[in-house]
Structure formats: C-alpha cells, structure tokens
Design a protein around this ligand. Structure first.
Ligand code: NAP
Length: 312
C-alpha cells in the first residue's frame, strides 16, 4: 500500500516541489501517493507543511504519523494546540550552505569596511584606514545548531576568533563555546560582530534588549538572520542613534514584509535584506522529507524532531 502524503505547503510551493518530491520518495524506496488536498484527512499518513499553507486544524488527521515542516523555524506552528503529531523541522544542507554564505558575506563587509570604498567613488584616495585582519576581530554566533555551528566554523576557518553561545554547553573545535546568562554576558562584552541564529522561543524573544546591546563594545555590528523578535527594535535604534552600535544588518523582522514606512528602511546604519539569507531548496529538502518518511515507515526515529517543551 502506498503511503499517503498530503503536501499542504500551498500551490506556490508545490510548483517548486512537484518534480523533486516524487523523485526523492522514489529514490528513498518509498511508494507514495501525494495529495494536494485531503478530502479524507484520516487517510493521511504524513503532512508536508509550511506556514504559508492552509492547515490550521490538525485534529482531523487522526492517523498522521508526522508533520514535516519545510521551514527551519517552527515558531508559527509550535503553539498550535491541535498539533499532537510528531513535528520535524527542516535541516536542509543547501539552506545551511546559503546561510553560511550570507553570514560570511555580511561579516566580511563590515570587517573589511567595504562600504567606505564601494559607496565613495568620488576621486578621493582614502587609504588611511587599514582594517585589522580576521584573527584580530572577535565575532560571536548566538545559537550553535545546524546553522549557527556551520556559520561559526566557516568564520573560524577564515581565522576570526569565534565565540559561540547555546542553551546547553557545547564543545566545538575552533569555537570558544559558552552557555547560560554569564556565558552570554562574557561573549557580548568582547564581540565586535554578533550573529543571531537562535530560534524564536519564549526564552529568546527580545534576547538583544537594551542592556545586552549596551554590553557590546562600542562600534559593534549586529547581524540578524535568525528571527525579528530576537531584537528589541526600539533598543536597537536607540543604540545605533547614540553611536554605540556601528551597524545592523537585518534579514528578518517582526512584521514581514517590513512595512514601507519602517525606520529600518531609511536608517543610515541599518541594512535590510528581505528574508533571503537561507531559503529551503526544494531539491535537497525533498530528500530530507523523503528520508523522514522512509524512517517513519521503517519504524526508525525521525530526524530533526521538535521538542515542544523547549520550543524548537
Ligand atoms: P537549531 O539547529 O534548532 O539550533 C538552535 C540553536 O539555538 C541551538 O544551539 C540551541 O541550543 C540554541 N538555543 C535555543 N534556545 C536557546 C536559548 N534560550 N539560549 C541559548 N541558546 C539557545 O536551529 P537552526 O536550524 O540552526 O536554525 C536557527 C534559526 O535560524 C531558526 O530557528 C530560524 O528562526 C532561523 N532561520 C532563518 C533563515 C533565514 O532565511 N533568515 C533560514 C533558516 C532558519 P542547544 O544547542 O543547546 O539546543
């Protein structure tokens, strides 16, 4: 009997997945019927989900063995009380590569002071500033999961002294790992560039509040490819305006798309990128979904299960 997979991520996503997902399931040895609508929810074995899709109420899916999210972040689904099935988040190797590239690119922009030359081609020979080399520029990655660890390791490979911070203690070669409140305070007091890659949970909302922003060395730069509410926006703007922070490069926002009149759009020391740091890539993500369905059918533990109590 084929397994029934309800692709509930919406028609736009299906246009991107309709080639890849059937092939990935076949490659994984899974015989599957993929449905775009589920007239009989009780017949569904697996739901492929994205917050852009239509399912709000998971309770009719009484035989569903797992909900497989196409997004890495689960903050928009985890509070859904009708969702009692196991929930897996997306860890996609191509998404990880893309995040590493975004983080390294924006870190190097600020580290090298690239704007000085890119924005000032006015005939003036400005050679008085010699930027430090990477080994002289401490950076911090908050969150050492799939994305934060990969980004931290890439920065360490360029010789940046990388500090990392996570909920539980870690030991990662090339990264000076910290955890807990005292660990965060120590990391922030030294970091000239801070990268936010923790998930949005009750424990991380407004993580970068006025007090923690004030701990950063003067001129520090913040990169946020995590989630908008990790930063207290008013505190960020105040820290930029008084010159304590040098720049903020933000990929994610409390409201997306970022509303037209938002001060971030026009602030001289804010760069907005429109949530493009790391999209899920259908080719590689399909293989992850297929592998999880294969595991589910073989009675093996699913990959990347979300812990509801932790919130990620
Ligand atoms: P992950 O593998 O779940 O890793 C999360 C990391 O954050 C872990 O190291 C975890 O600590 C740490 N953490 C969680 N809560 C914490 C707390 N209260 N204090 C300290 N550390 C905490 O997540 P991921 O796959 O790396 O993704 C991270 C986030 O990136 C996603 O949740 C999503 O919001 C964002 N994202 C953005 C984009 C984009 O395009 N902008 C794309 C993909 C993902 P432990 O290791 O101790 O558990």
């Amino acid at each position: 009997m084929p397994v029934t997979v309800h692709f509930a991520a919406g028609p736009a996503a299906w246009r991107e997945y309709h080639d890849h997902l059937p092939r990935a399931l076949a490659d994984a040895g899974v015989q599957a019927e993929i449905l775009l609508t589920a007239p009989d929810p009780a017949a569904v074995d697996y739901i492929v989900f994205a917050p852009s899709g239509e399912i709000q109420d998971f309770s009719p899916y009484v035989n569903c063995k797992a909900v497989l999210n196409l997004w890495a972040g689960v903050e928009r689904i985890i509070g859904n009380t009708t969702l009692t099935q196991p929930l897996a988040r997306m860890v996609d190797p191509a998404m990880t590569e893309s995040m590493v590239e975004w983080v390294v690119g924006h870190t190097l922009r600020h580290h090298l002071g690239m704007d000085l030359h890119i924005l000032n081609q006015d005939g003036v020979w400005r050679n008085e500033i010699t930027p430090p080399i990477a080994r002289e520029r401490p950076v911090a990655v908050l969150g050492l999961g799939a994305l934060g660890r990969a980004a931290g390791e890439a920065l360490a490979a360029l010789n940046f002294p990388v500090m990392g911070w996570s909920r539980t203690p870690k030991n990662i070669s090339g990264i000076d790992c910290h955890s807990g409140d005292a660990g965060l305070a120590a990391v922030l007091s030294r970091a000239e560039i801070v990268i936010l890659l923790v998930p949005l949970t009750a424990g991380t909302e407004n993580l970068m509040n006025a007090e923690r922003l004030a701990r950063l060395p003067k001129g520090a730069v913040i990169l946020n490819p995590g989630r908008g509410p990790l930063i207290d926006d008013a505190a960020l703007l105040a820290a930029l305006d008084r010159g304590h922070l040098g720049h903020a490069t933000l990929d994610v926002f409390r409201n997306e798309p970022l509303p037209k009149g938002h001060p971030f759009w026009t602030h001289p020391r804010v760069t907005v990128t429109p949530h493009i740091a790391a999209s899920t890539r259908p080719l590689t993500a399909s293989a992850v979904v297929a592998e999880n369905i294969r595991r589910g059918e073989a009675g093996e533990p699913l990959l990347y299960l979300v812990d509801r109590a932790r919130g990620y």
